[in-house]
Structures are given as structure tokens and as C-alpha cells.
Design a protein around this ligand. Structure first.
Ligand SMILES: Cc1cc2nc3c(=O)[nH]c(=O)nc-3n(C[C@H](O)[C@H](O)[C@H](O)COP(=O)(O)OP(=O)(O)OC[C@H]3O[C@@H](n4cnc5c(N)ncnc54)[C@H](O)[C@@H]3O)c2cc1C
Length: 442
């Protein structure tokens, strides 16, 4: 059986490993447009700040390991340009030799991820204008930082915030420009002051409610023109989201969503026989929204890839879906979210309410306690908790994962009161902060 996988990172190689482990004499070929396999993109921002010493540390398994230890025909610089799903042939170009290639498949996995979107403004090709997605990207940013004093980040989402923190650590001026009136807008507006305060405390300049209109400079970036102002700068990093890499499927008959993500079912099958998809190039089923969504995260890519690999190997495995959980360190704070925020809840048809609670991470009498802010979103018809946000210096990670599990299993406010959560004074009060918050809603 010939297996072909497009994409050599999280989703693609999770699938490849399931196939080689479960199918005797599987012929697995992986086609990767870049030169590096299986690396942790999530660690890239920490290269700049020095918390991760070297990009080598981010590589989980190198291409030689896949070839020699697992017998995978792992090809580098093989760019796929088309898929003929009738003849079951993948074609493209070897970027090193310039030669075209064609490869037949019995089963195909599309795991081509996504690419950063650079705002479509004049000056985007100037030197010193970057995006961040790959190891070569962070190496280019790092190499370009030498004489840089002032960095502008476009976009105040997760990657923008992580970059801001890491660049501040290097002593540079850092500004975030965002067209919204707040950064981290996955959190509700009433949680925003905590995040803005933290940015201010650490010297990140926030330029909000402004859209970038042009990047200015002669050869190299010198300034950013926005709808509201003009900022002199030495380097720009655009962190304005990603778009699925699915252009090569244009004539393949594979169903795509409006944003280009591949439509898959719970078994990671597309609408075309023998063709699967997983990771940032595909949709994810959202358990609370009860519909497909697009939430491109490594945690989903690994699980979807593993499920795809099992199904391709003939072992039925459903991807159970997501609830929309994420976490991020922003200087001294942990910002964590699961489920729906208020804006997302408003887009649904059910009635809901929210409860917010400011508490501490330890027993109230305990030395060294730190503020912890929680917010829950719950349905008023069924009392099901459908969203949670937690921000604090300590204890947020524990709470968000408890919430994520309860959301996954669709528990109600009443169920929370009975949860047997751990308790000792250095970690919480006798009623855990989650239960304290729930009790304010009931
Ligand atoms: C800076 C940064 C920080 C992040 N932090 C987090 C985090 O903290 N937590 C989290 O859950 N997620 C995080 N993510 C997201 C996470 O890294 C991605 O969701 C994950 O890498 C997606 O894996 P994937 O295999 O689907 O796609 P990718 O990792 O994008 O891999 C797809 C591969 O396909 C290749 N490819 C594309 N098109 C073709 C083609 N036509 N032919 C051949 N090969 C092709 C690409 O070169 C690429 O190597 C972060 C991402 C970035 C960039």
C-alpha cells in the first residue's frame, strides 16, 4: 500500500508514525516543501528572548531519523503543485533540482498547514519586514535584529504577544499595532485591562484602533504608516493570522471551506475517496458550537494527524473535536481561555450569561498569594458552562485545564459544585477559585 503525505510537520508526521507502526510493509512517502521536519513552531518566539537556546532544540525528530529508523521516504524541498484525485497522482517540483516529480498513491494525507498572512500594503517586500512560521523565519529575524532598536509587531494575537515579551527581554523598544481597540481579543473586554496593564508595566507600546496602511523605507523598512499615525521603526513582524495552504487542490475536487481549509469528517476523511486531511490546513469540529471551525493550533494538528494516520492504517479513530482551549504567558501573567467568549456566545442561538470573580491563587490567609481573575460563560436555559477565561500570575493553567475537561464533557453549573478538586492552602481556598466563581452564578 502506497501512502503519500503532503507536509512534514505536526499533523503529517503524527500520521506517518501511526502508519509505519500499524501497517506492515507500508510504503510511506512524505513530501515537504521546506528542509526541516517535525519541529516545534510553538517554541520559535523563545529563540529571540534566549529561553530556547538554539533552533536545533525545537526539532523533535530529524529527517534522517524518519528515513533510517522508520523507513519513511521523507523528501525535503518537494513542493506539491497539484493532486489528480482521479488518477491518484500527486505532482510538483523538486525545489533543489528544479525537476518535476509525480507520485502515485493509494491513500493520501493533506497536512500542508497554513502560511502567515502579510497585510496587503505597499512596502511589504522591504528588507526588515518579517513573518514568523518556520525555523528559517526566526533565524532571519534573529540575524536581522543586530542593529535594531525599535521593533513594530503588527497584530496583538498570541504570536504577537509572545514576540513582544521576548523582544522586550532583549532591551528593545517594542510596539504592537492592532486595528482592534484592544490586544488579545480572544478575551472579553472586561478582562482586557489586566492584559493592557501588563503590557504597560513592561514597556510595550500599544497602538490600538489603527490599521497599517503602508510600510515605508528605501530598500529597508524605516517607518509604518497607519490610519492614525506614523511610527519610525527598524524592523516589522506581521503576526496577523494564517491561511490554509491548499492552493494546490484547486482542481482536485476536494471540498474546501470559504477560508480554504479542507472539509473533513470525524475520521479526517475528505469528500474524495482515499484522501484525508489534518492540522492547520483542515477544519476542526467545535464541540460547543456543534459545527466545524478553524482553530489552527499545534495541539489539534497532532491529534488530528494521529487520528488520520490510524484511519489510513485501517484502525478506526474519531477526532473528538475541540472546545477552543489556549494558553499563553505574557510577562508575569498567564492568559488562558477555553470555550466561547461573550462575542462567540452572542453568535450562537442560545441564551447565556456570565459571571466574573476576582480571587487569589492560595488560601486567603496564605503568604505570597497572587490575584487570580476568572470569568465563566454559561447557558441560562441548560446551565451548561460554555466558556472560561482565567488570568493571573499563578494558578491559571490548573484552572483552565479543569474547565477544558468540564466543557469537553458539557457539565452544568450544578455539576461544578460537586467536583472533587484538590485542596491545600498553598494552592487554593477550600472552595477552589472555579467553584467560588460558579457559586456566584447559582
Ligand atoms: C510562532 C508560533 C507559535 C505557536 N505557538 C503555539 C502554541 O503555543 N500552542 C499551539 O497549540 N500551537 C501553536 N502554534 C501553532 C502550531 O505550531 C501549528 O498549529 C502546527 O504547527 C500545525 O501543524 P501542521 O502540521 O498542521 O502544519 P505546519 O506546521 O504548517 O506544517 C505543514 C508543512 O507542510 C509543508 N507544505 C505546505 N505546503 C506544501 C506543499 N504544497 N508541498 C509540500 N509541502 C508543503 C510546509 O512547509 C510545512 O512544513 C504556533 C505557531 C507559530 C508559528
Amino acid at each position: 500500500m502506497k501512502y503519500v503525505i503532503i507536509g512534514g510537520d505536526a499533523a503529517g508526521m503524527s500520521a506517518a508514525m501511526q502508519i509505519v507502526r500499524n501497517v506492515e510493509e507500508a510504503e510511506v512517502t512524505t513530501l515537504e516543501a521546506g528542509g526541516i521536519y517535525s519541529y516545534a513552531q510553538c517554541g520559535l518566539p523563545y529563540i529571540v528572548g534566549g529561553e530556547v537556546e538554539h533552533t536545533d532544540k525545537l526539532i523533535a525528530r530529524d529527517v534522517e531519523t524518519f528515513r533510517e529508523k522508520y523507513g519513511i521516504d521523507a523528501r525535503v524541498f518537494h513542493h506539491v503543485e497539484a493532486v489528480d484525485t482521479k488518477k491518484q497522482i500527486v505532482s510538483g517540483q523538486n525545489l533543489e533540482t528544479g525537476q518535476p516529480f509525480e507520485l502515485p498513491y493509494d491513500k493520501l494525507l493533506i497536512a500542508s498547514g497554513g502560511s502567515p498572512v502579510l497585510p496587503d500594503v505597499p512596502g511589504r517586500t522591504l528588507k526588515g519586514v518579517h513573518t514568523l512560521k518556520t525555523i528559517p523565519d526566526i533565524e532571519a529575524i534573529d540575524a536581522d535584529l543586530d542593529d535594531v532598536h525599535d521593533v513594530t509587531i503588527i497584530g496583538g494575537g498570541y504570536i504577537g504577544l509572545e514576540l513582544a515579551e521576548n523582544l522586550i527581554e532583549t532591551g528593545r523598544n517594542v510596539r504592537i499595532i492592532d486595528r482592534n481597540d484592544r490586544i488579545a481579543k480572544m478575551f472579553d473586554p472586561d478582562m482586557t485591562p489586566l492584559i493592557h496593564e501588563e503590557a504597560g508595566k513592561h514597556g510595550v507600546e500599544l497602538c490600538l484602533g489603527e490599521s497599517v496602511e503602508a510600510l515605508e523605507g528605501v530598500q529597508r523598512i524605516q517607518a509604518v504608516q497607519t490610519t492614525g499615525s506614523w511610527y519610525d521603526t527598524d524592523l516589522v513582524i506581521a503576526a496577523t493570522g494564517i491561511r490554509p495552504n491548499t492552493d494546490f487542490l484547486e482542481n482536485a475536487g476536494v471540498q474546501l471551506r470559504h477560508n480554504g481549509a479542507v472539509q473533513v469528517d470525524a475520521w479526517m476523511r475528505t469528500n474524495v475517496d482515499h484522501v484525508y486531511a489534518a492540522g492547520d490546513c483542515a477544519v476542526q469540529y467545535h464541540r460547543i458550537k456543534e459545527r466545524d471551525d478553524y482553530v489552527p493550533l499545534g495541539t489539534h494538528a497532532n491529534k488530528q494527524g494521529r487520528a488520520a494516520g490510524k484511519n489510513m492504517a485501517g484502525i478506526p479513530k474519531q477526532f473528538q473535536g475541540i472546545v477552543g482551549t489556549s494558553i499563553l504567558r505574557f510577562f508575569d501573567l498567564t492568559l488562558a481561555k477555553t470555550g466561547l467568549n461573550e462575542a462567540e456566545a452572542e453568535s450562537m442561538s442560545f441564551p447565556f450569561d456570565t459571571v466574573m470573580h476576582q480571587t487569589v491563587d492560595k488560601a486567603g490567609y496564605f503568604e505570597g498569594k497572587k490575584p487570580l481573575t476568572l470569568k465563566l460563560v454559561y447557558r441560562t436555559d441548560t446551565e451548561e458552562v460554555i466558556g472560561g477565561q482565567v488570568i493571573g500570575e499563578s494558578g491559571a493553567a490548573k484552572r483552565i485545564d479543569v474547565l477544558a475537561v468540564t466543557l469537553f464533557h458539557r457539565m452544568t453549573l450544578d455539576d461544578y459544585e460537586d467536583l472533587d478538586l484538590s485542596y491545600a492552602p498553598p494552592y487554593n481556598g477550600v472552595w477552589d477559585p472555579i467553584q467560588q466563581t460558579v457559586r456566584r452564578a447559582t
